[in-house]
Design a protein around this ligand. Structure first.
Ligand code: NAD
Length: 373
């Protein structure tokens, strides 16, 4: 019996035409994924179903001249997932990252997503995923702003003025109608300048550049932290005001007293449990913790200074009304997101559906009939 297999290819431009820059759509998509996460209708990598992904770890040196060696932001990572609900599909994000890319006029990482039939494994779609990945990353704090931030928030501070925080802000502003000032902080003033100009033009909200981190933080009702690892980002407890919502997307350090007093909501507690399992398997827990966003928190949990992960709250539980989120406008609430393949698969699926409806993209053939069938 002949079995032709075709799949849809979407270029970066195709994903734009399919709605990857439509922030509200991306937030609704991410919120739906959070609901599925809390119900448990998903699988990610590894036997615990919750691994962030599998990296190729490059050695510091190699006797083979062509073998890649470790370098700034240099890695390849495979991030597979099955997502249930109406998605009911498998997929994988696969990316390579290298700080040297920028010299070649390329983004730091180059990402693609595959969607596959959950039963046969046949490809359904293959797409450019730089914008997709940034969009899903930004949509996540967008969901958190919707559910956790004080709705009368007026001032937002951006810590780390790169591409990811552009996407975070694009999403967050759709949820906070009273925002009227953006404070831009980066270790490089030129990055903060161009971010402010972009935000004013793209989002229509006035911004200032503030090169003093303390001042930038003290005024904030909401903070979006997505700095790279060029220099550790350290925010002091005493700078964070009453009622602040701290949305963490990149590595962020603060005083133990803040971690221990803030209401901390995770993107998915099970992901963080998997990180701790990986740290134990790695053999050097403290060393592993240094490389992951949740490291400072896991250290305090191990020391019994913060509630165990199993007793903590995922944002999906808040969305489903099963656990409380913010309970007081004066509470300092922190949301921590580390990135999960389920969000790439969920958004890729909706882009694919829109592309099919609007006849966007290129249909490619895997085979008319598999020779090995
Ligand atoms: N949670 C997730 O799902 C997720 C997904 C993708 C990326 N990320 C993380 O988001 C972060 C930003 O990624 P990007 O692609 O925008 O990187 P980028 O290189 O485009 O921008 C990062 C910016 O942070 C600035 N920066 C570095 N150290 C800083 C510090 N101490 N204080 C203030 N600014 C500082 C840099 O100067 C740069 O402008 C990275 O840490 C990345 O790993 C998280």
């Amino acid at each position: 019996m002949a079995h032709k297999t075709e799949f849809l290819y979407l270029s970066e431009e195709d994903t734009v035409n399919a709605g990857v820059l439509d922030a509200e759509k991306c937030i609704d998509n991410a919120e739906e994924v959070f609901r599925l996460l809390s119900k448990g209708d998903y699988l990610m990598g590894g036997s615990n179903h919750n691994s962030h992904g599998l990296p190729i770890v490059f050695p510091k040196e190699s006797p083979f001249p062509n073998m890649p060696v470790a370098g700034p932001d240099r890695r390849f990572v495979a991030m597979p997932a099955y997502l249930g609900g109406r998605f009911d599909v498998c997929g994988i994000k696969w990316y390579g990252s290298n700080a040297e890319n920028k010299k070649k006029g390329l983004p730091r990482s180059v990402l693609t997503v595959n969607l596959n039939d959950k039963d046969t494994g046949e490809p359904i779609a293959f797409m450019s995923a730089n914008l997709l990945s940034a969009a899903r990353t930004g949509a996540v704090p967008g969901v958190a702003a919707r559910h956790l931030a004080n709705q009368d928030s007026e001032v937002i501070t951006v810590l780390g003025c790169g591409q990811i925080n552009r996407s975070c802000l694009r999403n967050i502003v759709t949820q906070l109608p009273h925002l009227k000032k953006i404070i831009c902080f980066d270790i490089f003033e030129t990055a903060a300048d161009s971010y402010r100009d972009w935000a004013e033009k793209e989002l229509g909200i006035g911004g200032i550049v503030e090169m003093d981190l303390e001042k930038a933080v003290r005024e904030a009702d909401v903070i979006t932290a997505a700095a790279s690892r060029v220099k550790p980002l350290y925010i002091k407890d005493e700078w964070l005001k009453e009622g602040v919502t701290l949305l963490i997307t990149g590595p962020t350090q603060t005083d133990d007293s803040f971690w221990m007093s803030t209401k901390l909501i995770y993107d998915n507690v099970k992901l963080h449990e998997a990180y701790v399992e990986e740290a134990i398997a790695y053999g050097d827990k403290a060393g592993y913790y240094k490389g992951v966003i949740g490291g400072p928190v896991y250290t305090l949990i191990d020391a019994e200074k913060m509630p165990k992960l199993e007793d903590s709250t995922s944002i999906g539980d808040v969305i489903l009304g099963e656990k409380p989120g913010r309970t007081d406008p004066k509470q300092r609430v922190t949301f921590m997101a580390c990135g999960m393949a389920v969000f790439d698969v969920g958004l890729a699926y909706d882009l694919y559906q829109t592309a099919k409806e609007k006849k966007i993209g290129t249909t490619l053939k895997l085979w008319d009939n598999p020779r090995m069938g």
